[in-house]
Design a protein around this ligand. Structure first.
Ligand code: AMP
Length: 415
């Protein structure tokens, strides 16, 4: 495959890419960049981990660097809508790295943090505004964001917007955008509602697709461990006993489940933190930064919180609970084997999850390899400590009784 220089990008962008250590465009970048430079609309079928952020941002930065449009107060030249705060921040971080040597402004805005600084950032106008839909609508309603200068609109992770119930908000935003603009829509899957939206939104789009819908990344070695529910903590611990495993993303179904796993790992001397909707923005960022810097070995996440986590060195994804929606399985395991690396996905399946496992296998059209070698395969339910301790307490109780009896006897003798 060619290198970035053959894509005719602005020299400042090429130098930023070299600094970042990117030499070869990923398939979605090679496919999309020339068309975006030409001004075409794009329908991108790609999940996170394919390099789609650079695929849409590099050519737009390139065009902005050439056109040098002066942005008026409160105006936006390129709007990027994305479902989660983490993803918004990550996209903005990438854009500011790629555009470092250029006079191109960018800002991420999302809920859960102060409103004032975002109003202030908008007051000068922005080349790139990366936003989650809810907070953007608030700023729009208050007149802080105006779209007369909008030239580019990117709807990222459209299927996730739908899953998270944001589609109405997205449509409200779209109604306020000028009809003449270049639009790029990215989605890992193409549910009916998104297909309909893309028809409305895109004009004569170029379709770029890197992995077929709902197929799993080939480089990931996947297996499933059949395990009793109560043995899951022990199985997780036994996997993490291998010190070679340095960066692990663990998925749980619920926020409480995530907290419980972190506590269990903490007690066993494994550095871990949880990231989910009940955590403050600060706590989420601390957890993510600690994991990125490899100060934490394990990050435990729920599906929604994990969407958009961009950490290249995740070697293992562990599905502590299987997801209810089989498509989430594809998204989860896509967190490993990123940027050309290898990865492993291990799923824990208890008796109540057999149906979910079938659903996943149907979706990915593959039977998962069943690991029968792990310590807890076919092992009876683990008896909790409380139950184990019962005879001991009884024993202690009896001993106390004996001591008391003896004391009474000696007292009686003295009398
Ligand atoms: P994305 O799908 O945009 O979230 O990107 C996935 C990861 O791949 C990110 O960590 C990017 O920094 C990285 N990446 C993107 N493009 C390239 C490239 N051409 N070469 C190496 N890494 C890349």
């Amino acid at each position: 495959m060619s290198d970035f220089s053959s894509l005719n990008l602005h020299p400042s962008i090429l130098s930023a890419l070299t600094k970042k250590g990117y030499t070869t465009p990923t398939p979605i970048q090679a496919q999309a960049i020339p068309h975006v430079i030409e001004g075409r609309d794009i329908l991108g079928i790609a999940q996170t981990g394919t390099g789609k952020t650079a695929a849409f941002s590099l050519p737009i930065i390139h065009r902005m660097a050439i056109a040098k449009v002066k942005i008026k107060p409160a105006r936006v030249q390129c709007l990027i809508l994305t479902p989660t705060r983490e993803l918004a921040q990550q996209i903005e971080d990438n854009i500011s790295t790629y555009a470092k040597q250029l006079k191109i402004s960018s800002k991420a805005i999302f809920g859960g943090v102060g409103y004032r600084p975002q109003v202030q950032a908008m007051s000068k106008g922005l080349n790139f505004l990366v936003a989650t839909p809810g907070r953007l609508l608030d700023l729009m309603d208050d007149g802080h964001v105006l779209f007369e200068q909008l030239e580019y609109f990117i709807l990222d992770e459209a299927d996730r917007m739908l899953d998270m119930g944001f589609l109405r908000d997205v449509k409200k935003v779209i109604k306020n955008l000028p009809p003449k603009k270049q639009t790029l829509l990215f989605s890992a899957t193409m549910p009916k509602d998104i297909a309909a939206l893309s028809k409305e939104l895109l004009h004569d789009p170029i379709r770029v697709e890197v992995t077929p819908e709902s197929s799993t990344v080939e480089k990931i070695s996947q297996s499933v461990c059949m395990v009793e529910k109560s043995n899951k903590p022990l199985l997780l611990k036994s996997i993490l006993d291998d010190k070679e495993i340095k960066s692990v993303l663990v998925f749980t179904r619920t926020k409480h489940g995530a907290d419980r796993v972190v506590k269990h790992l903490d007690r066993n001397g494994v550095t871990a933190a949880a990231i989910h909707g009940n955590k403050s923005q600060g706590a989420r960022e601390r957890a993510l930064n600690g994991f990125r810097a490899q100060k934490l070995r394990v990050l435990v996440a729920t599906d929604i919180a994990a969407r958009g986590i961009d950490v290249n060195h995740v070697s293992h994804v562990i599905n502590y609970h299987l997801p209810d929606d089989p498509k989430s399985y594809v998204h989860r395991i896509g967190r490993t084997a990123r940027a050309g690396r290898e990865g492993r996905a291990i799923s824990f399946c208890d008796n109540d999850e057999l149906k979910l496992l079938k659903g996943i296998e149907k979706t990915i059209q593959t039977k998962l390899f069943v690991d029968t070698e792990h310590e807890y395969h076919g092992v009876a339910p683990h008896i909790s400590k409380q139950v184990q301790n019962k005879p001991k307490t009884k024993h202690i109780h009896n001993q106390k009784k004996k001591v008391q009896k003896k004391k009474m006897q000696s007292r009686n003798v003295k009398r």
